[in-house]
Design a protein around this ligand. Sequence first.
Ligand SMILES: Cc1cc2nc3c(=O)[nH]c(=O)nc-3n(C[C@H](O)[C@H](O)[C@H](O)COP(=O)(O)OP(=O)(O)OC[C@H]3O[C@@H](n4cnc5c(N)ncnc54)[C@H](O)[C@@H]3O)c2cc1C
Length: 498
Amino acid sequence: MKFDRRKFIGSAASAAIFPQQVFAAGSGARLPASVDAVTLSGGTTSLGKAQLQELAGALNGSLLLPGGDTYESARRIWNGVFDRKPALIVQSSGPADVMQAVNFAREHNLLLAVRGGGHSLAGKSVCDGGLMIDLTHMNGVHVDRQRRVARVEGGALLRNLDHETIPLGLATTSGTVSHTGAGGLTLGGGIGRLCRQHGLASDNLLSVDVVTADGKLLRAAEDENAELFWGLRGGGGNFGVATSFEYRLHPFDDEVLGGAMMYPLDEAAEVLKFVNDFSARAHRELSLSGNIVMLPNGRGFAVMSVTYSGDLRKGEKHIRPLLEFGDPVRKGVKRASYRSLQTSNDRQLAKGRKYYMKSGYLPELAPEYIDELIARVEPSPQREQVIVMTQLGGAIRDLPADATAYAHRYGEFDLMIGAAWDDPQHTQANVDWGREYFAAVQDYTDGFYVNSLMDESQDDVQRNYLGNYSRLVALKNIHDPGNLFRMNANIKPSVSTG
Ligand SMILES: Cc1cc2nc3c(=O)[nH]c(=O)nc-3n(C[C@H](O)[C@H](O)[C@H](O)COP(=O)(O)OP(=O)(O)OC[C@H]3O[C@@H](n4cnc5c(N)ncnc54)[C@H](O)[C@@H]3O)c2cc1C
């Protein structure tokens, strides 16, 4: 059956006459006679009251249908460009709910989205008309201080992780914006302030509990389901719903050296060339990025973002050339709390604004490339623009490209070109701007970070897994032959057309 979007939205709208469509034990809400939902092949299927009742009754968490604030907040993700409305949302309280939801989606052949922190740039964690598994309430973090291990539930945010580990003098690699989901970030790799020192977030995994497409809960680790464990470290959400992660923690002092040096935009070329030169001799304890920021009012800056998380006296000596470089308009690098740095970008990158971001790995920051990047920076009143080049290398490169599914271990910088805006009327123009900008500089890039998936074609996605692709397909054939988990940088099974 072909999916009639208007009809579907009509039925979703009529469902909205119910003030709050939360079906949990004791909620008192009445289930509708049926719900139309989108299938994996893009058709529709009608789910009857008895089927809905069975699902709702099997959950410890809630089944949400369109209507009411709880449904609205569960479906809204970070990138406000995506205004999708799932037919059903299972807000799970633990692995058993996830198993119920996966079984229900598979048995009814429903389009399925899995939402962790909701930061997918491309909106992959929410679907129109299908079933969304929302892990928001599965955000617990337990630290075993003795073993230096954190057990983190699949929907926890990075701020939940840092909150429990840092006060105990322990940390692992996470990302640079605290409202990002630990789950999505880790499954795709996990680049952050500590990755040059301790490897990717996924390199620090000891085990993952995952509900696969057959509804089974598996433990994946070096000593159990080792091949699945390999694929979960860089293969994104392709193999199931990760309900918890165990991370190795490292002794860590919250006091680091960090902050930003800001320069006038007309010094951007010198600043980025300096970043490139300095990066060649940077300690692993140093996290460094060279950025360009252009505000809608026409003011622009070049920025060096710095975090040094080793011995502070050594660090002060090491970063002195950075602090003495050029004529900054703001010198903001000082001794600071790591946790304050981890939240310092949170407001700028707030949930619900509209964003377009596109990324690529750079083998080097060649001077002619820097000139080309800068030549294209033009102010526009309809968007904020940011170009970020984050240094990689260090411990990421200690492992070979086939050690885990994350294949791009040799990229020197991660380039990100991004725009943010609020007015939906500007969406098309800003997306076009981002696409054109990236297309003009793309020749210098070599692959892209899975977690920055935007609008790449399926061929691009396939190529991007490099030599690991065929091994990933073999794994997908075992754990998800019907491609139930397809809203991601998709690895298509070869045993089924999915
Ligand atoms: C503001 C911002 C800052 C960022 N900063 C960084 C950074 O510093 N470092 C970095 O490496 N990346 C960063 N990213 C990229 C980020 O890693 C990805 O967007 C990642 O997918 C986010 O995970 P999430 O759980 O928040 O996202 P979601 O949108 O919930 O999910 C993203 C994808 O992962 C899947 N998924 C999520 N959780 C699970 C789970 N438990 N089990 C199975 N599948 C799951 C989803 O189905 C979806 O395909 C940033 C993104 C944003 C928007």
